[in-house]
Write a new protein. Structure first.
Length: 246
């Protein structure tokens, strides 16, 4: 008995199967290394002579600032330097899930070595989450294109919103002749917000601090809504696509 391979019918319909969503293992590794190095530089592995919340808090504050720089500048710089993503929205959303999960693992145990109340820790957490989501919108809008223009604009925007506040505060821009709101706007940013919130101790954040966090979260949500709407209008409904591991 002879078995012959079946010939494909000219009417056979081939169904294209999309590859499954793959975790960005390279990003997870790099983010973990960044956090470990930030901890080593800011706090170190030696126990202070007088172990207390007062001795740990400055180092923890510096570590959170370093983590914010990694989230707002390091991650976008990594993604915009890579090739065009086939599904930029789903890839960026997966990155956000991974990075924000790492933030939760890191920030909440810090209450063991700091005097922060649950409300203040939640405010610090919300600050990192809101600014990272806003940066993610810039990443998603740039990585779907091969052009250098959108990529350069995205990374410049991330660097600006992260560092312009500290730079202006460092050079002493207070604007005594300006309105009371303008100096506050000049100091808005994830680094200064973390610096201010981490000095509150056991007290709850003020209504003004929660207002600024809400404004950033609203800006991020609006940006993502706009991206998804534009994608749908172009007939490219966001789908789970192949991930490009780092």
């Amino acid at each position: 008995m002879i078995f012959r391979p079946e010939r494909a019918s000219p009417y056979t319909v081939h169904v294209h199967e999309e590859p499954p969503l793959v975790l960005p293992r390279g990003l997870i590794f790099l983010a973990s290394i960044w956090l470990v190095v930030s901890w080593a530089v800011a706090i170190g592995f030696r126990t202070p002579v007088e172990a207390s919340s007062a001795s740990y808090t400055p180092g923890v504050r510096l570590m959170l600032i370093s983590a914010a720089i990694g989230l707002i500048i390091g991650w976008p710089l990594l993604r915009v330097s890579q090739t065009r993503a086939e599904y930029p929205l789903t890839q960026t959303l997966l990155d956000l899930i991974v990075l924000l999960a790492l933030v939760q693992v890191v920030i909440w145990p810090l209450r063991l070595v700091t005097p922060w109340s649950p409300a203040r820790t939640a405010a610090l957490d919300a600050t990192l989450v809101a600014w990272t989501i806003l940066a993610g919108a810039l990443v998603a809008s740039a990585t779907g294109s091969e052009r250098t223009g959108p990529r350069n604009i995205a990374i410049i925007a991330c660097v600006t919103m992260c560092l312009v506040g500290p730079v202006l505060a460092l050079i002493g821009v207070r604007g005594s002749a300006m309105s009371g709101l303008t100096p506050r706007l000049l100091q808005v940013g994830p680094l200064l917000e973390i610096f201010t919130l981490s000095h509150g101790g056991r007290t709850a954040p003020t209504g003004g601090q929660w207002m600024w966090i809400s404004m950033v979260a609203l800006a991020g949500a609006t940006a993502w809504t706009g991206l998804i709407t534009i994608t749908i209008m172009r007939g490219r409904t966001p789908r789970v696509g192949p991930e490009q591991p780092t």
